[in-house]
Design a binder for this molecule. Sequence first.
Ligand code: F6R
Length: 612
Amino acid sequence: MCGIVGYCGPQSAVTPLIQALRRLEYRGYDSAGIALGVRGKLFVEKRAGKLANLENALDIELPVVHSGIGHTRWATHGGPTDRNAHPHVDNDGKLAVIHNGIIENYSQLRLTMQERGHTFSSDTDTESVAYLLSDLRKEHNGDLVVAMREAVKILRGSFTLVAIHADNPDVIVGVRRNSPLVVGLGEGENFLASDVAAFINHTKRAIELGQDEVVMITPTTVEITDLDGAVIAPREYEISWDASAAQKGGFAHFMLKEIFEQPKAVADTLIGRLSDNKQIVLDELSMSVQEIRALKKITVIACGTAYHAGMIAKYAIEKWSKIPVDVEIASEFRYRDPIITPETLVIAISQSGETMDTLMAVRHAKAAGARVLTICNTHSSTIPRESDAVLYTHAGPEIAVASTKALLTQMIAVYLIALHLAQVNGALTDEQIEGLYIELLALPGKIEMILETVEPLRALTRSFADKNTVLFLGRNIGYPVALEGALKLKELAYIHAEGFAGGELKHGPIALIEEGTPVIAILPVADEHALDQKMLSNIQEVKARGACVIVIAQDGVHVEGAQHIIRIPVVSALLQPVLATVPLQVFAYEMALARGNDVDQPRNLAKSVTVE
Ligand code: F6R
């Protein structure tokens, strides 16, 4: 989604603005622009395409000024062109605004602005806001803060807006509604940004902003007010990671770095949640023993990769704690009249904590009376703030668009919740919990072992680079792993990839198999249902129809019928997704590289999807 930055301080503004836009690139974008706070008339430059296009255009003698705003745009209204890029300026060239989100009443607003004589030069919803702010500022004696407040009362939808005016260029004004905006507090300089990555190399002090709060920054002051003008006390916090966490650290891509960070991310997420007497400690749930025992149902809501963590939650919670679980794609949840009672616990899963579909589902659940627990990786983001309880994963910043380490830590969070519930309602014995506790602690080391042996897998992957279809098969808790393998491959390699439950194969999908079609099968752990044998039969079925079968199997397990076997360490059945997912991430990464794709910023995608 769009990246936003505002700067005022002692530096020549172009430098921190471009640095910030570089750090926000990971959010996904297709054009970029800046406005520099030149007194009298702003300097504005914007270009479609990568940031390098903007930098080339800025390779001229630039005004040395100490404030400005910058934007990376992920196109919604209007294609990714120079004229649709942000900032948008008023007809005097004095006021510039940048925007993330969607202005829902923009058609009406556009008509009104045209009637008032403003000439439009873009197809965006944002341009109307530039004219609206400009008019309101004139009506309110040149006060941009008041203009912003009044504008927000008129606008519908979700938005972060940041604006600057050439008559008072040391002042930058922003507001947020259902879309992220944070303040960075530096020494003699201040920032506004869509996320802390934009300014983490300058300061670790940040202020979170609430809904409809208007913020004004100068180099030395920050003032936050509500829509009535009442002053709001700043909620300051310290960012817990440092600038190096948002750099590639010697890896070719953020995604590869994040894949290799998984042992640490998993270990960090376990810290403090396993007691010395081998119990699960989850004070963050904020639920009494009575409340947990009274639970009748759990509903998990999430999108994309986080949804796959939700599916894993269903298997783990139902098996261990015997509480029924529904898993729902967040964007479908609230349009279906879901049945929610006070005995329903809703678990939202979101890496960013800003995904609009998940946020709307959370609001719906809360309005229906449910208690909402969120699993999230981003401190102080909107979804945790609106939830009753939060379990933070400690994956550190995830910069690559394709989620890797966040997913593994979401799985850990899910297991911890499942075990905690089982512990409280007595569904598992102390010995069973202790066994799983020991296994959880061993997971980082096992992920490490997989990562030490990925080179043959990378070479194998390259041999499939010309394939246009790859199918993934899983059974039981391996099914969400198959779905995740397919999603990762689609988003990174841009090829047709689908995940199936092994048993479904003969009900249709087997018709997709052609000579040489790669099929990746996740072999389940042998159990009382002989699921492993059933998967081995599936392997024979696809092989007989020409598939090239790659099996992910635990060390020592006999596998028949596969052309290639990828080994993972031995682990109990329900924990296998943590290990089986890792080779699939490497497969998707390598396939994207082999096909010459942009690994960290795949086409058309944004890191956090802040529109519905
Ligand atoms: C896929 C991916 C997306 C996200 C989804 C939810 O690699 O990253 O599918 O998982 O957009 O995002 P969050 O977890 O931020 O709510």
